[in-house]
Write a protein that binds this ligand. Structure first.
Ligand code: SIN
Length: 483
């Protein structure tokens, strides 16, 4: 029997204060493409979460006192180890999350890029000197780590959403309690094993595997020791966590749901727009917060655009992500498949037309058919809710003003996309869109150097980029008098 490609990275214990530990209870991690059981991990609760917070608190003084160059060196070694183990991590990700292996490899590289970036940024935490209001004073600012950080991460990017939060926190000199999604704890544990190998001291990063999200979240948010919560997930849960953090006035970074418009004007390069929508809609089988949720297409080009998109979708290989040539993997679980189907059914009942539905789905696993709907209206649920599945829904618009109004008609404001060759329109529309990120003739907007984050109910703060580390730092103002 051949060993699994991720055997060396598989950990089935949680990690607190530098120790791998079992739990009295466990839960099963399954492969969404096959239903097979991959692992059993501890189902930790409130007491273990308190222990993890205490470990992070105890480790804080030494970690924040370390010169930035030394913290940077640990992060750099972690980065090297992630890349050295990229194939194993990708295979593990495909097994627990379902995304095609090629995409999983891409995510490992994407995730590692945050570790490299923040290893560099650790050394550039500069303060200011400020012109003083009188001659006998000198004013300056320093930036200091905020303290113990709680990070709650989602299942759709089991590596990158961890590194995008944990790497800047560690770079800044904070210590971390991480609660990964119960759907995908294995990548979190594998990353942690690599961080340990890189020389991260005990207590600096602690991982609580748990299915008791509410109980763990309550302890993390109630704790006065935890000074910052960083969360990626649904808007509903984000709002609850935000309310829970009020009691201790914690700093918050929230990366919540989106309802991205993908606007195609009649002067757009249609080849480019089709290429863009294939990525923006179908990456990770449509399960990203920045996936195009509403395709707004100008009336005159709509039939041609829909025909070309349906042709491209017909060529998809919908299969187990581990099969090598899969382009669309399964959704994360059965509930996700039902939710997507209910949005499609609702739209069809309200008058939308099905232009294409992929005919070949694997028999087992949580697969959802890539589907193209036209005739969608803003009142339909599918235009208001995050689809999180491989369903493209097209709404028609007449002119620029209507496109902007439709695009902004949502409480979400994460990513938007815009395709046009008119330079004036490009700036007018990009500036009018109420979103944190706008892809213009390009939908590959995610990387470590650009600031990722939303406005309105899509969240608070920015991840990655030169701004990302500030989310884990406090500015302290020093006023020197009597000089
Ligand atoms: C997300 O879906 O939350 C993250 C997507 C990305 O980083 O591109």
């Amino acid at each position: 029997m051949t060993a699994s490609p991720y055997a060396a990275l598989l950990r089935q214990q949680a990690y607190i204060d530098g120790r791998w530990l079992d739990g009295a209870e466990t839960f099963t991690v399954t492969n969404p493409a096959t239903g097979a059981c991959i692992a059993q991990v501890p189902d930790l609760g409130a007491a273990d979460t308190q222990a993890a917070i205490a470990a992070a608190e105890a480790a804080l003084p030494a970690w924040r006192a370390l010169p930035a160059k030394q913290r940077s060196a640990v992060l750099r070694r972690w980065y090297d180890l992630i890349l050295a183990n990229a194939d194993g991590l990708a295979a593990l990700m495909t097994a627990e999350q379902g995304k095609p292996l090629a995409e999983a490899k891409g995510e490992v590289a994407y995730g590692a890029s945050f570790v490299e970036w923040f290893a560099e940024e650790a050394k550039r935490v500069y303060g200011d000197t400020i012109p003083a209001p009188s001659g006998d004073k000198r004013l300056l600012t320093i930036k200091q780590p905020i303290g113990v950080v709680a990070a709650i991460t989602p299942w759709n990017f089991p590596v990158a959403m961890i590194t995008r939060k944990v790497a800047p926190a560690l770079a800044a000199g904070c210590t971390v309690v991480l609660k990964p999604s119960d759907e995908t704890p294995l990548c979190a544990l594998a990353l942690t094993a690599l961080a340990e190998q890189a020389g991260l001291p005990a207590g600096v990063l602690n991982v609580i595997t748990s299915r008791q999200a509410a109980a763990v979240g309550q302890v993390l948010t109630d704790s006065p020791v935890v000074r910052k919560l960083t969360f990626t997930g649904s808007t509903g849960v984000g709002k609850r966590l935000m309310a829970q953090c009020a009691g201790t006035v914690k700093k918050l970074s929230l990366e919540l749901g989106g309802n991205a418009p993908f606007i195609v004007f009649d002067d757009a390069d249609l080849d480019l727009a089709i290429q863009g929508i294939l990525l923006a809609k179908f990456r990770n089988a449509g399960q990203t917060c920045i996936c195009a949720n509403r395709l707004l297409v100008q009336e005159g080009i709509l039939p041609e655009f829909a025909r070309r998109l349906a042709d491209a979708m017909a060529a998809f290989n919908v299969a187990d992500g581990a099969s090598g040539n899969s382009q669309i993997g399964p959704l994360i679980n059965a509930a996700a498949v039902s939710k997507v189907q209910s949005l499609v059914d609702d739209a069809l009942a309200a008058g939308a037309q099905c232009q294409f539905r992929h005919p070949q789905l694997p028999e087992a696993g949580h697969f959802s058919a890539p589907t193209l709907l036209t005739g969608v209206t803003p009142q339909m649920r599918i235009a208001k809710e995050e689809i999180f599945g491989p369903v493209a829904s097209i709404l028609a618009f007449k002119d620029e003003a209507e496109a902007i109004a439709l695009a902004n008609d949502t409480q979400s404001g994460l990513a938007a996309y815009l395709y046009t060759r008119d330079l004036g329109r490009l700036f007018r529309v990009a500036e009018a869109l109420e979103y944190g990120m706008v892809g213009i003739n390009d939908s590959a907007i995610s990387n470590e150097v650009g600031p990722f984050g939303g406005v309105k109910e899509s969240g608070l703060g920015r991840e990655g980029s030169k701004y990302g580390i500030d989310e884990f730092l406090e500015v302290k103002y020093l006023c020197l008098g009597g000089l």
